[in-house]
Ligand binder design. Structure first.
Ligand code: 0X9
Ligand code: CA
Ligand code: ZN
Ligand code: CA
Length: 536
């Protein structure tokens, strides 16, 4: 049954059927359609798929073709991975390029295929390319929405078809805008519609489309050891010659879900790319508001430095424009791949040292820390939580600070304020939270740095403490301890800096603990911005 036929059946039962996976119709003959005259230089789905196969076959050491999911109509959504030792997941910075999220924007697919060919064809002969392929893992998804693209060229003419081809319950209107269907602040706002007939239809719920789910699941699969490996991304659209950074959901330049450092880095890198391709650099919402976009999801959930490029100066650029428009982005994409090793390094050497070492966590997103990992914690209340601490204040002063040192989140002993200062503080013993494994480099001079606050009331004693340990296998070494005493100590942020020389080249974890050793007094600890610096 074709999707259009399914839609024409449009009964109440169809709505129920959409809630469960439907065995979708095969692409069938629609895939055979070619582009209209003047546009045959564009790749159809079949031609794109064949090109990926040819590249993977010709360059097996550096290119792999990988299925990441299926479209509504059952087309495989393909990715290509390009890297040295391509079959191995190496600890190299990763980059993602995607195209074809909108069915009528065919140049994004051409752009991603060009990137693939620049890399594989230049490998071993162009030193800049060789260095990129050897030091990065590059993922390319040429066609996120292959059904939309195939429908757009069906019958040998263009259909101005943007959405996917998924039927909607209770209406004959087909399709969801895949770039409104991602699950970060999904729903409403600006040019985002709740009407299934609209070209910007957001779908009935976040990730209702198999296309957005495929990208979501692919991204989730790139989380290794608690950390998203993809550092930078471009999603290619048309048109307008724009380079856009997050967010689309708000016009606020630096909302709560973006750090100041990330904002500065996003703008600097976006501006730098725009200087090379002649596009205009701006926040996505400067164009218009959106929700549920690929870019907002990638930054919001994973802090990927994610950009939307709008290619071309017009809709449906013909064959003659493919080479020039994609070519003018070559420097920008090569730069992005190079920059992925240390995105914030664009802000200067102090950032490179502080933010690009063996470890860097601003706690704005979950990066795999585990509370009570050994199961031996004794605290009865106020265990560590990652989030936005609420301030608590006694007559003697602030015990839990109102804000953290980056963004909105850190770790605190009980985030909530509660009904009194003594509510939601630490009680009954020790709470611990342990980092993912950190592979220190062999170089000398690496430092563990973090921001911390430890507060207590005058009932405290030396059995109350804030402690940081380095775990090397079963050996725990305390590298920082701040003890309590019988005085009022207010919350205040401090910077700790600890030489890590003895663990160079070792794999370690960090364990942050706070202990209320006795009595019913107030003990509150908070920390943020844990890093291992990269020496000069
Ligand atoms: O509306 C979109 O999805 C993108 N433009 S397009 O013409 N290719 O459809 C724009 C995405 C950028 N985000 C915002 N403008 N908020
Ligand atoms: Ca590699
Ligand atoms: Zn688009
Ligand atoms: Ca933070």
């Amino acid at each position: 049954m074709s999707p259009s036929l399914r839609a024409r059946l449009g009964s109440g039962l169809l709505g129920l059927a959409l809630l469960v996976p439907i065995a979708a119709a095969a692409p069938a003959s629609a895939a055979a359609a070619d582009f209209p005259a003047g546009f045959t230089g564009y790749h159809t789905y079949a031609e794109m798929s064949a090109d990926l196969s040819a590249v993977a076959a010709r360059y097996p050491a550096i290119a792999r073709k990988i299925a990441i999911g299926k479209s509504y109509q059952g087309r495989t959504i393909w990715a290509v991975k390009i890297s040295d030792n391509v079959a191995t997941d190496e600890p190299e910075a990763e980059v993602l390029f995607d195209g074809g999220t909108h069915g009528d924007e065919h140049m994004g697919l051409e752009m991603t295929l060009k990137i693939m060919h620049w890399l594989v064809d230049g490998y071993g002969t162009v030193s800049r390319i060789t260095n990129i392929v050897n030091s990065r893992e590059i993922w390319i998804i040429p066609s996120v929405n292959p059904d939309g693209a195939a429908y757009d060229i069906s019958g040998g003419r263009f259909h101005l078809w943007r959405k996917n081809r998924q039927p909607n319950a209770g209406t004959t209107a087909i399709g969801t805008d895949v770039n409104r269907n991602f699950g970060y602040r999904w729903g409403g706002g600006g040019r985002t519609s709740t009407n299934p007939a609209a070209i910007t239809y957001q779908g009935p719920f976040a990730f209702s489309t198999p296309e957005a789910r495929s990208v979501r699941d692919f991204l989730a699969g790139r989380v290794v050891n608690g950390r998203q490996q993809i550092r930078m991304a471009i999603t290619f659209h048309e048109y307008g010659r724009l380079v856009m950074w997050p967010y689309g959901y708000t016009t606020t330049d630096i909302p709560a879900d973006m750090t100041v450092d990330d904002y500065k880095g996003l703008v600097a890198i976006g501006t730098k790319m725009a200087a090379s391709n002649g596009y205009r650099a701006q926040q996505a919402s400067d164009l218009y508001g959106t929700s549920g976009t690929t870019r907002d999801f990638e930054y919001g959930v994973y802090r990927i430095f994610s950009y939307t490029f709008e290619l071309s100066v017009k809709d449906y650029p013909d064959d003659a424009l493919i080479a020039s428009e994609t070519g003018r982005n070559k420097e920008a994409v090569l730069y992005l791949m190079e920059r992925a090793g240390c995105p914030l390094g664009i802000l200067g050497s102090a950032y490179r040292i502080a933010r690009c070492g063996a470890f860097d966590d601003d706690f704005e997103v979950s990066r795999g820390w585990r509370v009570n990992m050994a199961g031996t914690d004794t605290a009865t209340a106020g265990a560590w939580q990652r989030g936005d601490p609420a301030p608590t204040t006694t007559a003697a002063g602030r015990k839990q600070p109102d804000s953290v040192t980056s963004g909105r989140y850190g770790f605190a002993t009980g985030l909530a304020a509660g009904t009194s200062p003594a509510a939601n503080d630490l009680d009954g013993g020790r709470t611990s939270t342990t980092s993912p494994t950190i592979a220190l480099t062999a170089s000398a001079g690496q430092k563990l740095q973090f921001r911390w606050s430890f507060a207590h009331d005058r009932t405290a004693s030396a059995v109350d403490e804030f402690r940081v340990e380095v775990l090397e296998g079963a050996i725990a070494t305390a590298v920082f301890v701040s003890r309590g005493g019988a005085w009022e100590r207010s919350a205040s942020w401090n910077l700790a800096s600890i030489d890590m020389g003895r663990w160079a080249a070792k794999a370690i974890r960090l364990r942050f603990s706070a202990t209320d050793g006795g009595g019913s007094g107030i003990v509150e600890a908070v920390f943020d911005d844990v890093r291992v610096t990269q020496p000069q």
